[in-house]
Design a protein around this ligand. Structure first.
Ligand SMILES: [Zn+2]
Ligand SMILES: [Zn+2]
Length: 345
């Protein structure tokens, strides 16, 4: 018997979900509520953030197949648990690490779960959180205690940011430059601050975002790269994924400094950087792909308030407005930060 879904016998239990049928085609559909397998948890989705990755999937640029229910940044309430679930029960408040590793391949066994050879991901290759209910394996589920659901939906993006900051080996006293002050740039900014950056400079053209960067503690916020001090920063982080900006990152790292290319660029495009400059300045140029066991850390930082995401949510929309939500992000209007879908309102 399904707990708490209240079905009359013989009637299939339905839920609303956004289904991307193929690139550039989606609709709000009725689907049966999935039933958890022995090791799975059924989650009632209370908040589900739209991410650039969802837009990539919609546009046909990403890793999964179709049709797919998008949504990999979400939190909710445990609705039903499989027979072997031990850590969760109905009513628990949880968030999900959507990237699921097999823990049994050469990469997993070398602590590189983000490159699991049998990788799957909720909202990318498995049905995601742009639905009223979603399944997750127990080991991908994290308790969020009394953290608001909307903030729980940041566990995944914050995990990625924490992994990026580990990759960049931020040191106390570093002068950090961050290109882009969208939701991800502002998470990077807060984490850099927590790690003891001596100064943080942000580059952001949109006034509202620039204002938030200063509110979150950036000492300098510029609108143009040309206002920056060449070779003036220990760590330069791109949070835009915009190729011409990524190309310029190496101009601003000091000799021996680090460049972290964090923003997701379009696929198939080439960088153009002066190889000799990277050589002569002994630069470390890094990327960062998803996260590796950063979810507990993310929940802890959100729960303690050390990382503040409440101010990053600009819109709350019902599922039916998912496409509108993507358009808001794509149009890049300045008042648009994180757009949260609320599937069970
Ligand atoms: Zn995401
Ligand atoms: Zn694996």
């Amino acid at each position: 018997m399904k707990a708490n879904i209240n079905l009359k016998p013989g009637i299939i239990n339905c839920m609303n979900a956004i289904l991307i049928h193929q690139p550039n085609s989606l609709s709000l559909v009725d689907l049966p509520v999935p039933q958890p397998g022995d090791n799975e948890v059924l989650i009632k989705v209370m908040a589900s953030g739209i991410c650039g990755t969802d837009i990539h999937i919609f546009q046909g640029e990403f890793l999964g197949g179709y049709p797919i229910i998008p949504g990999h940044e979400f939190a909710g309430v445990v609705e039903q648990v499989g027979a072997r679930i031990t850590r969760y029960k109905m009513g628990d408040r949880v968030a999900v690490e959507p990237n699921i590793a097999c823990n049994n391949c050469v990469n997993c066994l070398n602590n590189r779960q983000n490159f699991c050879l049998n990788w799957t991901a909720i909202g990318v290759t498995r049905p995601g959180g742009m639905a009223q209910y979603v399944l997750a394996p127990e080991n991908a589920v994290f308790s969020i205690g009394d953290l608001p659901f909307e903030q729980g939906a940041f566990v995944e993006p914050l995990s990625c940011v924490l992994h990026g900051s580990q990759r960049a080996r931020l040191h106390m006293g570093d002068r950090v430059l961050i290109l882009g002050a969208g939701p991800i740039g502002l998470l990077l900014l807060q984490v850099a601050r927590l790690q003891g950056a001596a100064s943080i400079t942000a580059v952001e053209r949109q006034p509202a975002r620039a204002m938030m960067a200063s509110q979150f503690g950036a000492e300098q916020v510029y609108t143009e790269l040309d206002m920056l001090q060449p070779a003036g920063y220990d760590v330069v982080i791109d949070a835009t994924g915009v190729i011409p900006l990524m190309n310029r990152t190496i101009d601003f790292a000091r000799p021996g400094g680090t460049v972290l290319l964090f923003g997701v660029p379009p696929s198939g495009k080439l960088l153009e950087m002066e190889a000799f400059k990277i050589f002569k300045n002994g630069l470390t140029v890094l990327s960062s792909f998803t996260s590796v066991r950063n979810s507990y850390q993310a929940v802890a930082l959100l729960s303690s308030g050390e990382v503040d995401v409440a101010r990053l949510v600009s819109h709350r929309l019902p599922l039916a407005e998912f496409q509108h939500g993507m358009q808001l992000i794509e149009q890049g209007r300045e008042n648009v930060m994180k757009v949260m879908m609320v599937p069970n309102n």
